[in-house]
Design a protein around this ligand. Structure first.
Ligand SMILES: Cc1ncc(C[n+]2csc(CCOP(=O)(O)OP(=O)(O)O)c2C)c(N)n1
Ligand code: SF4
Ligand SMILES: [Mg+2]
Length: 302
């Protein structure tokens, strides 16, 4: 098990082709450091696959399997089962996909794999849209964000649905470790990866990762936007361990959501009326989380 610190080995080589300031690449780099070298990565298509493996190069310094959008979790369960059949119970298997892959298109695959109980860590790097193919909305897109398939205009003011609560849906399957994390707190992210990897059975982490062109932010503002997501409670970080919810960050003074929205071009159309609706959405979710803090929410089944 790797010890948290700057001296840890790199497994995501520099020179890959992500945008400068990509939150997803930052998350991947630290997820791999936390997992260590005895790890196999199974990855759905998406930005992180495209930027890291232009033939004949690769940025992955670990065994890495690329699979279709739909089936990263199914492939990972096959890899894990094959290892176990050969007597290897220690190698980490991590299935990684974007929000498009995990919340939407590969949802059936992850649901099936978690229900079957494989000891695999599933990670969704959540940049709130199908960024690789030109910023289409996903089930994870923040309400009222403008994307190319939920454009803001005279008819609709951006995406008109809330975020799909995938962490809660996975926890409701009976997984013993589910968490959300944020690239503004990399120690917390790495700690969660290590906790997930020693969990008996399936585990799941959603990681908040800003996308520079998709969110229309400056490449130097990734961490500022991520910190503001924590301070406004736009993307709360929590763990659901053995069915019990624990909040990991409570702002000393919760900031208005406007502070988060005004940092990003995808929200530039937001009027005071819509801002009030978003504030209500954020406040209701935060109230639910604070009231549930420390409580048993789900039964764990394996
Ligand atoms: C079945 C299928 N539909 C569409 C595509 C095209 N496609 C490749 S990557 C991608 C977007 C990925 O979005 P997400 O999973 O959120 O990852 P991101 O690029 O945002 O990191 C799409 C639509 C595909 N490869 N397979
Ligand atoms: S488009 Fe977004 S997710 Fe893709 S490499 Fe650039 S910043 Fe990262
Ligand atoms: Mg995405």
């Amino acid at each position: 098990m790797a010890i948290l610190g700057l001296e840890e080995k790199e497994f995501f080589a520099s020179g890959h082709r992500s945008c400068a300031g990509c939150g997803e690449a930052l998350a991947i780099r630290h997820i791999l450091k936390a997992a260590g070298e005895d790890t196999i990565i199974v990855m759905a298509t998406g930005c992180m696959e495209v930027v890291s493996t232009p033939y004949p190069e690769t940025a992955w310094e670990l065994p890495w399997v690329h699979c279709a959008f739909e089936n990263a979790a199914a492939v990972a369960s096959g890899v894990k089962t094959a290892l176990q059949t050969k007597g290897n119970t220690t190698t980490n298997v991590i299935a990684i996909g974007g929000d498009g892959a995990m919340f939407d298109i590969g949802f059936g695959s992850i649901s099936g794999a978690v229900e079957r109980g494989h000891k695999i860590l599933y990670i969704s790097t959540d940049n709130e849209a199908y960024q690789n193919t030109g910023i289409q909305r996903s089930g994870a897109t923040f309400p009222f964000a403008a994307t190319t398939t939920s454009p803001s205009g005279k008819v609709i003011p951006g995406k008109s649905q809330p975020k799909k609560p995938l962490p809660f849906i996975i926890a409701a399957h009976g997984a013993k470790y589910v968490a959300t994390a944020n690239v503004a707190n990399l120690f917390d992210l790495k700690n969660k990866v290590q906790k997930a990897l020693v969990t008996e059975g399936p585990s799941y982490i959603s990681v908040f990762v800003p996308c520079i062109p998709g969110w229309k932010i400056d490449s130097s503002s990734t961490i500022d936007v991520s910190k503001m997501a924590l301070e406004t409670c736009a993307y709360p970080i929590y763990e659901i361990e053995n069915g019990v919810l624990k909040l990991n960050h409570t702002p000393t003074e919760k900031k208005p959501i406007e502070n988060y929205l005004k940092m990003q071009g995808r929200f530039k159309h937001i009027t005071p009326e819509i801002n009030a609706k978003i504030q209500q959405y954020v406040d209701e979710r935060w109230k639910y989380l604070t009231e549930s803090n420390g409580k048993k929410m789900f039964d764990t089944l394996f």
